[in-house]
Design a protein around this ligand. Structure first.
Ligand SMILES: Cc1ncc(COP(=O)(O)O)c(C=O)c1O
Length: 197
């Protein structure tokens, strides 16, 4: 299971698989584990590891088991537990989700709101009946939000403006979520008005 994006508290659980009641055979982590340092990990059972060793699976060498980044990863896991980061992400995520659902009531072009914890997405549509993707509209809202001070779309590539992936820091405050929602509200409002939609 790849929890490079979902792992370490983001979804309101330390690992997203906890929500689904499964235990992966192999767990891959990256990104937040190193908190900015280049650190990724693979966790598995002794049996699977022995099989990998026997089969000669080898990927990297120089930074394998690097003690500096490993110490950072261990500290991140310690702080996530100590400061109840996952529980706080669940609370802030619910606040974000409720705010996005309010925006969905207000703006016809928000077709769907989905996600877990502090990993939420809003789908921008161009037509209420067909629910076809509203990439251009999404791009315009994302650009306007940035002008107003909010970087809200993690993946901002041509053709991918139809779904905003929102992933605020797991340490985000309630006030910051409110500010972000307010900016998004203003961005939707001004873009729809400017386009006469
Ligand atoms: C879900 C997911 N898995 C794996 C990776 C790759 O991680 P790494 O850069 O540590 O190889 C990424 C990077 O974007 C990712 O989003």
């Amino acid at each position: 299971m790849d929890e490079a994006q979902t792992g370490i508290g983001r979804t309101g659980r330390v690992f997203a698989f906890e929500e689904d009641g499964v235990v992966p055979d192999i767990l891959a982590l990256s990104k937040t584990l190193g908190c900015g340092l280049p650190l990724a990990s693979v966790s598995t059972t002794a049996e699977i590891e022995a099989g990998c060793a026997k089969a000669g699976f080898l990927w990297l060498t120089t930074h394998l088991n690097d003690p500096l980044t490993a110490a950072v990863g261990a500290k991140v896991l310690e702080i996530v537990a100590r400061d109840h980061v996952a529980e706080k992400a669940a609370e802030r995520g619910e606040q974000l989700r409720q705010g996005l659902l309010r925006l969905q009531q207000k703006y016809w072009c928000i077709g769907d709101v989905r996600g877990q914890g502090l990993l939420q997405a809003i789908e921008i549509i161009s037509n209420v009946k067909t629910k076809g993707p509203g990439s251009e509209l999404g791009q315009a809202v994302s650009d306007r939000a940035l002008e107003l001070g909010l970087s809200c779309n993690v993946v901002n590539l041509p053709g991918m403006g139809g779904v905003f992936r929102l992933a605020p820091p797991v340490t985000v405050s309630a006030e910051e979520i409110d500010t972000g929602l307010d900016i998004l509200d203003r961005a939707f409002d001004s873009v729809l008005q400017a386009k006469g939609l």
